[in-house]
Design a protein around this ligand. Structure first.
Ligand code: ATP
Length: 257
């Protein structure tokens, strides 16, 4: 099975604070992994390390078998990593279509980027791909609407479509279900399943255990930057180390449910 992501013994400290501690993680292509842990456990930092925002202190990161440890954030995007943030980062005054085209434009390199402003070939091809993706993700008819006027759940879905259009094969999702109502959450799960069928690999930071149970097949638990458990959600919920890590936290009830 192809390994979409390998974290090989990665470590990161800020000043004297070891935030990611000798972390090993392997994610196979098409898998959806949840990264959970109490506040401050290091989850966002792991995303920042995978996407190349911060350099590692130690260890190596492989994406699709390629060692990306020393390559820039921009080149990692071209290597197939996309990220969806908790606060949707789209241009609110631009239409859905323009946001999607902008995403494709920023990701592209070489001749395509040069030709795009002149509305030559790649631009039309991108527009066609964007239209198809909008249809696939149940957003038909939305292309001319300004993003800022759309309900939050729809904006999040547009953000997901933007990520798929970058040609990403590994998607890092930061609390994708936060702020969604139950029917939007259900639709999100179905869309993520579809992305996986298409070969996308997902790593998800999420606090909603019900969502994790339905959307992810493997759960990794961090505490103080170290992996303390992994397995199915039921397995990690039964783990005494996990229960101990969450004691006294606001998420205690959810994790031990
Ligand atoms: N750029 C930085 N400089 C210094 N400390 C940082 C930096 N980024 C993160 N940290 C620290 O690293 C630790 C882990 O933070 P991180 O945001 O990765 O945790 P988290 O598990 O995502 O938490 P949460 O669930 O609250 O979002 C925290 O103590 C945080 O203060």
């Amino acid at each position: 099975m192809t390994m979409a992501l390998v974290l090989d013994n990665i470590t990161k400290s800020f000043h004297q604070n070891r935030v990611v501690d000798n972390l090993d993680l392997t994610v196979h292509q098409g898998q959806a992994i949840a990264l959970i842990g109490p506040n401050g456990a290091g989850k966002t930092t792991v995303f920042n390390l995978i996407s190349g925002i911060y350099p590692l202190d130690q260890g190596r990161i492989y994406i699709d078998g390629t060692d990306v440890t020393n390559i820039s954030s921009g080149r990692r995007i071209r290597a197939g990593v996309a990220r969806s943030f908790q606060n949707v980062r789209l241009m609110p005054y631009l239409s859905v279509m323009d946001n999607l085209l902008l995403g494709q434009h920023l990701q592209a390199s070489g001749v395509g980027t040069l030709l795009a402003p002149f509305r030559l070939m790649p631009h039309n091809r991108w527009r066609e791909a964007a239209r198809e993706a909008l249809e696939t993700y149940d957003l038909t008819g939305m292309e001319n609407k300004p993003v800022g006027a759309l309900p939050y759940g729809i904006r999040k879905r547009v953000d997901l479509v933007r990520a798929t259009l970058t040609g990403a094969r590994l998607l890092l999702l930061d609390e994708p279900a936060a702020g969604l109502n139950p029917s939007e959450t259900n639709a999100l799960r179905q869309h993520l399943d579809r992305m996986r069928i298409d070969g996308m690999t997902l790593v998800v930071i999420e606090h909603d255990m019900g969502f994790i149970e339905r959307a992810c097949d493997h759960v990794v638990v961090l505490n103080f930057g170290a992996k303390i458990a992994e397995g199915t959600l039921a397995q990690v919920q039964r783990n005494p180390l996990v229960q101990q890590a969450y004691i006294g936290t606001t998420a205690q009830q959810e994790v031990m449910a």
